[in-house]
Design a protein around this ligand. Structure first.
Ligand SMILES: CSCCC(=O)C(=O)COP(=O)(O)O
Ligand SMILES: [Mg+2]
Length: 261
C-alpha cells in the first residue's frame, strides 16, 4: 500500500463526504430515494409549519435566481401564503425538487429541505449513516497527532451532523472540529476554500482536502490548499492525466503524518 505524506505544516484535514468518508451508494440508493419516496407526504404533513414555509421560500428564491441567470429549470415553486390550492402548490414544489435532484444540483435550498426530511428518518432509526471502515481509526489517529478535522460537503450542515451523529458506528460528532456546506460557497469554486481557511484560522497551505471529485480538487488547489483524491468503489473514473496529477489514496490509512520531532 503506497503511503501519501501529510505535509509537516498541515494543521487541518478537510473531508468531503459522498465518495470520500461514505459510499456513493449510501447517498444514491438510500438517502436520495428516501426524499423521492416521502417528499409529497412530508410537504403535506408540515406545509403550515414555519420550517417548511422557510424551505419552500428558499426554493422559490432559487427559482428566481435561476430565471435571472437564464438557467433551464422547473419554474413552478409557489409561495403557499398566497396560494389557495394547496395540493397544486405542493405538486409544484415536488416537481421542482425532483427536477433539481435529477440534475444532481447542490443548491442550499434543496440541501436544506433534504436535511430536514432525513432528520425524522435518522431519529427513528430508519437510516444509519455509513462510513468506510478506515475513516474512524484514521481520524482518531490524526487528532492524536494534533490535527483538526473538518467536513465540507454539499449536504447541509444539519444533514452532515445527522449522518455522523446517527452512524453505523454510533455518534461520531466528537471527531470533528467543524462543518461547512455550500452556504460558504460551491465546492467547485476556489473562493470557498479561501473562506474556509479564514474561518478555520490558518493559511490554505496548512489545510489538506480529501475529495473524490477532481473539479473540487482543482478549486481547492487553486486556493493553495493541498489535495488528495480519494478513489473508492463506484467513484467517478479519473482520466490518465488526473491520475498522474493528483496524489491518490483508496483508504485513509494510506495518509501518514510526517513527524516533525
Ligand atoms: C451530507 S448528507 C448527503 C450528501 C449530499 O446530499 C450530497 O450532495 C453529497 O455531497 P458531497 O459534497 O459530500 O459529495
Ligand atoms: Mg464527494
Amino acid at each position: 500500500m503506497a503511503m501519501v505524506s501529510i505535509p509537516a505544516n498541515t494543521s487541518a484535514i478537510l473531508l468531503d463526504i459522498e465518495g470520500t468518508t461514505t459510499p456513493i451508494t449510501f447517498v444514491k440508493d438510500i438517502l436520495f430515494p428516501y426524499i423521492k419516496d416521502h417528499l409529497e407526504e412530508h410537504l403535506s404533513a408540515h406545509w403550515e409549519e414555519d420550517e417548511c414555509k422557510q424551505d419552500v421560500h428558499l426554493l422559490k428564491k432559487q427559482v428566481e435566481e435561476d430565471l435571472r441567470l437564464n438557467r433551464a429549470c422547473a419554474q413552478h415553486v409557489l409561495d403557499q401564503s398566497v396560494h389557495t390550492d394547496e395540493e397544486k402548490a405542493i405538486r409544484e414544489v415536488v416537481d421542482n425538487v425532483l427536477w433539481q435532484m435529477a440534475s444532481d444540483r447542490k443548491t442550499p435550498a434543496l440541501k436544506q429541505l433534504q436535511g430536514h426530511m432525513w432528520r425524522a428518518a435518522y431519529a427513528a432509526g430508519r437510516i444509519k449513516g455509513e462510513v468506510y471502515q478506515d475513516v474512524v481509526p484514521s481520524i482518531r489517529r490524526w487528532r492524536r497527532q494534533g490535527l483538526k478535522v473538518y467536513i465540507y460537503s454539499s449536504g447541509s450542515v444539519e444533514a452532515q451532523k445527522l449522518l455522523f451523529g446517527y452512524s453505523v458506528e454510533g455518534d461520531l460528532l466528537d471527531l470533528f472540529d467543524g462543518h461547512f456546506d455550500t452556504n460558504i460557497g460551491a465546492k467547485v469554486e476556489s473562493k470557498s476554500y479561501e473562506r474556509i481557511a479564514e474561518r478555520i484560522g490558518c493559511p490554505p497551505e496548512e489545510i489538506m482536502f480529501l475529495t473524490d471529485v477532481t473539479r473540487e480538487a482543482k478549486a481547492a488547489e487553486d486556493a493553495g490548499v493541498n489535495v488528495v483524491v480519494v478513489v473508492r468503489p463506484g467513484n467517478m473514473e479519473l482520466t490518465e492525466e488526473e491520475k498522474l496529477h493528483y496524489n491518490l489514496i483508496t483508504t485513509f490509512s494510506q495518509l501518514e503524518v510526517i513527524d516533525s520531532a
